[in-house]
Design a protein around this ligand. Structure first.
Ligand code: SF4
Length: 460
């Protein structure tokens, strides 16, 4: 979501006449788009802001902005303690970011005219801070579809915010209530992206399968949206993240089963395999209910693979609770897992709970779960050896002379760049790859002999 928000902000600024700088040091406006979900992400932002404070002393006209969830969460601190920050813009106020920047620029210019740039350690030449935390969301931006990092891939935000009560999560307070975009707007945006060469769209929402709950009387559901987007002939892959287990209903299962171009993986975070922990987290389902939904899905769409997030060391999580999570991961046979060690987030309900699992034990649980998942992933990767898979090429691999891409199951595939092939031309294309080797997190293969390299033409 943050990546897409950054693209939307860039889109808006380009419409206003701004251009991307060659490097951060060349930029007259530096915007840091932030995430509050984990402490580590926040720490990196504080460190970056420290460096920008030093630069701002030298360049008082520089505009420094903090965008996103940290802006929303820490706006008072930034107002009081960080005078070198000119903009503090919450995630619901990106729609008029260009006007906000213009305000900050004229304020800076006035300050620079009125006095000498600051030279002392304590006077950073503070320009004042423009706080905008209620405004027009980034979805109001008429998107420039050309502003995207990949030729063939794009994100589309279909809803913002979250109405769920998960005790550990800061999202509902930073991003607000669910707001869904009308189906017609989404189809129009997808069509413009496809017309510009996009063949894979990933629909985004904090609880993407709760889409449409707020669009009363419009019969707007994720299943219906998938069916409408599936009508766009040149759209070859259609994915959506992140789903909540409570909204995986029969209508959505039927859509996934019946629409062949919908991605064959489902990111469905379970968070824990212990009912006691799920209850403390207020996730709203039990292990049994999660499993029942997954069974219903796999009965109709057996080729779909499950991905999940897990939090280990949640307050009150016993060794027995954790063992239940391990068993659950094995039982479902997840294809991929993201494992997080619990850290309290200020402003959440869980912050009030006693963080009673020692750090070393959190680390142990993290390692155990990662090892279990690694074996499950490796087994799936081994089963692919000898098979030919369709790969959407994403670009050069870290290993020289290789390309990387993803299958329809989101499996990472590396393969040698075919002799004489142009990497730039192949990036964004679909190739058939015969898998020859399974690694822990990816597979290696070679371009299948029957593969054709029909390279699409994209207008420049
Ligand atoms: S559903 Fe997801 S975004 Fe919403 S509160 Fe729970 S964890 Fe946070």
């Amino acid at each position: 979501m943050n990546k897409l928000d950054s693209e939307l902000v860039e889109s808006k600024l380009q419409q206003r006449g701004y251009e991307p700088a060659a490097s951060e040091d060349d930029a007259g406006v530096v915007l840091v788009n932030t995430c509050s979900v984990r402490q580590h992400a926040e720490d990196r932002v504080w460190s970056k802001l420290g460096k920008l404070r030093i630069r701002k002393r030298r360049e008082p006209g520089l505009v420094v902005g903090v965008l996103g969830c940290m802006a929303q969460e820490h706006k008072r601190y930034m107002l009081a303690r960080m005078p070198h920050v000119d903009l503090v813009v919450g995630p619901s106020a990106f729609g008029d970011i260009d006007d906000t920047i213009e305000q900050a620029r004229s304020r800076n210019a006035a300050l620079v005219r009125e006095r000498e740039p600051a030279r002392t350690k304590h006077d950073v030449g503070g320009a004042g801070v423009v706080v905008v935390d209620h405004g027009v969301s980034g979805d109001a931006i008429k998107r420039n579809v050309r502003v995207r990092p990949h030729r063939s891939q794009a994100y589309v935000s279909i809803m913002r915010g979250c109405n769920m009560p998960c005790t550990y999560c800061i999202v509902p307070s930073t991003r607000g209530d669910e707001i869904s975009r009308p189906i017609a707007d989404l189809v129009e945006e997808a069509q413009r992206l496809v017309d510009d060469g996009v063949t894979e769209i990933t629909l985004l929402g904090q609880t993407v399968n709760a889409y449409g709950r707020d669009l009363k009387g419009q019969n707007a559901t994720l299943a219906r949206l998938l069916r409408e987007l599936h009508e766009i002939p040149a759209l070859r892959r259609l994915a959506f993240i992140t789903s909540h287990p409570n909204f995986l209903n029969a209508e959505l299962i039927d859509a996934i089963a019946e629409l062949p171009r919908v991605a064959r993986y489902l990111h469905l975070p379970a968070q824990s395999g212990s009912n006691a922990v799920l209850k403390t987290m207020r996730r709203g389902y039990t292990v049994e209910r999660y499993k029942k939904r997954v069974d219903q899905l796999l009965a109709k769409a057996p080729d779909v693979e499950l991905h999940s997030d897990w939090i280990v060391g949640y307050p009150g999580e016993t060794v027995a609770d954790f063992e239940q999570t391990v068993e659950f991961v094995k039982d479902i046979g997840f294809a991929q897992s993201y494992v997080f060690k619990y850290s309290p987030r200020p402003g959440t309900v869980a912050e009030e709970l006693v963080d009673d699992v020692p750090t070393a034990e959190k680390e142990r649980r993290n390692q155990v779960l990662l090892a279990v998942q690694e074996e499950l992933t490796a087994a799936r990767n081994r089963a692919l050896v000898g098979q030919t898979v369709e790969v959407l090429v994403e670009g050069p691999s870290k290993v020289a002379g290789r390309l990387s891409g993803r299958t329809v199951h989101h499996r990472l595939v590396h393969f040698p760049t075919p002799e004489g092939a142009n990497v730039a031309d192949l990036t964004g294309e679909y190739v058939s790859v015969r898998v020859t080797e399974a690694l822990a997190h990816s597979v290696v293969g070679e371009v299948a002999p029957e593969a054709s390299f029909e390279v699409g033409v994209v207008e420049s």
